[in-house]
Design a protein around this ligand. Structure first.
Ligand code: MN
Length: 193
């Protein structure tokens, strides 16, 4: 089973830099780590916090998602802090684990319900008791992570199959559902059907 992915991101109106960051990184032998991070506030300071967490993930993509959040928490001390969510896929076993802290939106269009939840908190400031959730996925499932600059209305209004590929879907969600007054990001992963 193969996967495809796409992502789209735009800064808040009037800003040149986004305080959101994402990571989509395959790792051997059968892994894929996908994360979306929203640095608190906006501009350079938010971007610095988000990019610091992204660097932690890129440096060790095969690590357990909970360990990646713990390492990010240490790396983000003294920054604005961030909220973040991660999916770590095992593409051989068709399994995925999820962990999240704070307000990153998650929508999964799946054959068997997959409804991950994040714990309240701020990475870099106040780390909650962490929770890792594990799921099996099916061909045709579509996973969406989105920052709070995107209206969650899309979750009930769009047909995830309406776009031919994940990149088009991510761009379409951003185009139609970005609020404008916050950095907005969408990451889409689709399992080949
Ligand atoms: Mn935001």
């Amino acid at each position: 089973m193969n996967v495809k992915w796409g992502a789209s991101n735009q800064p808040k109106h009037g800003q040149r830099i986004s305080g959101d960051a994402y990571v989509i990184e395959p790792f051997s032998p059968h892994g894929l780590i996908v994360s979306l991070i929203d640095g608190l506030g906006g501009g350079e300071a938010a971007a610095h916090a988000a990019q610091s967490a992204a660097a932690v993930i890129r440096s060790a993509p095969a690590q357990d998602p909970l360990e990646l959040i713990r390492r990010s928490h240490l790396a983000l001390r003294g920054t604005r802090g961030a909220v973040m969510a991660l999916f770590s896929y095992n593409l051989q076993h068709c399994s995925v684990s999820f962990a999240g802290v704070g307000n990153i939106g998650v929508q999964v269009y799946s054959a068997v319900p997959i409804k991950p939840i994040s714990k309240n908190g701020i990475v870099g400031y106040r780390l909650p008791g962490l929770l890792k959730l594990a799921y099996s996925y099916s061909p045709g499932d579509t996973f969406v992570l989105y920052s709070d600059g995107i209206s969650s209305d899309f979750t009930s209004e769009i047909d995830p199959e309406s776009a031919e590929d994940p990149q088009s879907l991510a761009e379409s969600i951003l185009r139609h559902y970005a609020k404008g007054h916050d950095d907005a990001s969408v990451v889409v992963v689709r399992i080949d059907g």
